[in-house]
Design a protein around this ligand. Sequence first.
Ligand SMILES: [Fe+2]
Ligand SMILES: [Fe+2]
Length: 356
Amino acid sequence: MVKTLSRRALVKGASALAAGGVLDMTLVKLAFGAPSGAGDFTFAYISDSHIQQIEGGKFVRNWDRGLKRAVAEANLLNPKPDFVMFGGDLAQLGKKEELDHGLDLLSPLRYDVKYVLGEHDYYLDLGEYWADKISKHYYSWDHKGVHFIVLNSIIVDEAWTNKWATPMERMLVMAGLDDPRGSPFMVGEKQRQWLAADLAKVPKSTPVVVFSHSPLQKIFKNWNFWTDDAEEVQALLKPFSKVTVIYGHVHQIQYNQIGAISFHSVMATAWPWPYPETYAQEGSLLPVMTVPMNRADPFHERDATGWQFVDVHTGNVALSYSLPDNSPRVVAYDEKLKRPRDLQYSERTIPPHMHY
Ligand SMILES: [Fe+2]
Ligand SMILES: [Fe+2]
């Protein structure tokens, strides 16, 4: 049985907090047995905030507000999440000012925050400031019987990385979603070797949750909804009985199952991306690209943006999406189907002319 946190509950919680009352919100709960050693816990996941400097202390207000809202709502969760993941693309153009301002906006969080590196954070200085000030690029830890891994999935080969006249030129090329001068992302051999060694210490029955920025599956190469060595990474994860990969970057809800690996994406707090043409979308319906806030009604600032909390009760996860301008959605692992399922929309039949 699954209970979800409703937006109304969140909003009620917010006003209760404002009035000095006690919050009473319900997190996602999955009522089936926890594996031995694993406790019942949740974490929150905020991603793709794209904090963008205009000049000096001026930043794009709309992107700031998306992150502020996610932080404020995450602070209201009850029961409290054990930690918060930030899923990458904290900055828009990798500048120190953007990363610092992003950290400022995240600082009211009352929980431990762990970070995944996004391409917008990386391609100006190749992650130097990130490593100094924010987080390692890849690492792992154990928490309540679950093995967590963060990978840096957004690197490309050295020849491409070094061919640009200036770091900002490289950053701007990589910042364009559909810029043909970009290069496909990968995890790379060094990290795959590290991952193999890391996983060698983990019993095969231990639930494994992997965080990456790009999908560790191949969705659409032209927009880098893609990781070139996805199959090699999947092969390393294959011996484990419960694996979940959670990724940002795509700014939309996606889920999939490959073998024992469940894949879930998370939403951006900044803007939504449209669905790529690989989703059998009719050419004439594909929105014009490279406009970073491409939506039907620009006055709905928060349309198709949001953040999520994640329940890891059984070692498989349930993601609950908090979408300010939309109804909440839950994508949870279905024990019978052996794959994630959108509890509200999976079985809906869409008329052929509406296919996206
Ligand atoms: Fe992003
Ligand atoms: Fe990204």
